[in-house]
Write a protein that binds this ligand. Structure first.
Ligand SMILES: [Zn+2]
Length: 234
């Protein structure tokens, strides 16, 4: 897509923007091949090493204790080791890197086009809507969102009750009905709630469950691979 570029490497994927105002923003996500990055606010040696290989210091990383909720916190408001419970971060300090962990849930990046603020959320079915809260908390002005890899409607089968409540909250296009049951479309749900707010939305079109490059709770089971998704400004 014009202005937006996704690249895959050995153990991570990244995206960047080619238009001037957005050139300094970046998004990064570890892949299955990088191994388990640990729970959201765990700071393991493996995570530190993976960050160092990308030229980043783990001391600049800000994560939260993810709870599948809809809270967003300011990345500058706490120190490592004192992570609040939340599922998203907004940031105005380019010396910090914001991170969430995912494995089927969707990382959503949002950037103000004027370069002054940005953030990332962890959005599964329960937390869907948090991307809209982040968009609102970044204030007025032009904003760009990126919907990351997640379990997609090819694989995300749910029971009838969950399907109906998801459709009631996020529109019929957020649920796909097939002969064998109902499937959630997290990308459609997030795209519509962000486009409603006037954001430009780009998508990394990939299903974590059936694309083996990614970690997936549904495919791997309890010992699933947590992937780390990062957001920052160079
Ligand atoms: Zn799939």
């Amino acid at each position: 897509m014009h202005g937006f570029c996704v690249e895959f490497f050995d153990d991570f994927m990244s995206f960047s923007f080619s238009y001037d105002s957005m050139r300094n923003f970046y998004g990064l996500m570890s892949l299955y091949s990088a191994g388990d990055m640990g729970k959201s606010a765990s700071f393991t040696d493996k995570r530190a090493l993976w960050l160092r290989k990308r030229g980043m210091d783990i001391l600049s990383l800000r994560c939260v204790r993810q709870v599948h909720g809809k809270e967003i916190v300011d990345a500058s408001s706490f120190f490592p080791g004192r992570e609040p419970s939340a599922d998203g971060l907004f940031c105005t300090d380019a010396s910090l890197v914001c991170g969430v962990t995912v494995a089927d849930c969707m990382p959503v990046w949002i950037f103000r086009e004027d370069g002054t603020a940005w953030g990332i959320v962890h959005s599964g079915w329960k937390g869907t809507g948090i991307a809209g809260i982040l968009a609102d908390s970044l204030g007025d002005g032009k904003k760009v969102a990126v919907l990351g890899p997640s379990i997609r409607s090819c694989c995300y089968e749910v029971d009838t009750e969950r399907a109906w409540s998801f459709a009631a909250d996020f529109g019929e296009e957020a649920v796909v009905e097939r002969e064998d049951g109902f499937y959630l479309d997290l990308a459609a749900a997030n795209r519509s709630l962000l486009e409603e707010r006037g954001l430009t939305v780009y998508t990394v079109d990939a299903c974590t469950c059936c694309d083996m490059r990614f970690g997936s709770y549904r495919r791997e089971g309890p010992d699933f691979t947590h992937m780390l998704a990062l957001c920052g400004r160079a």
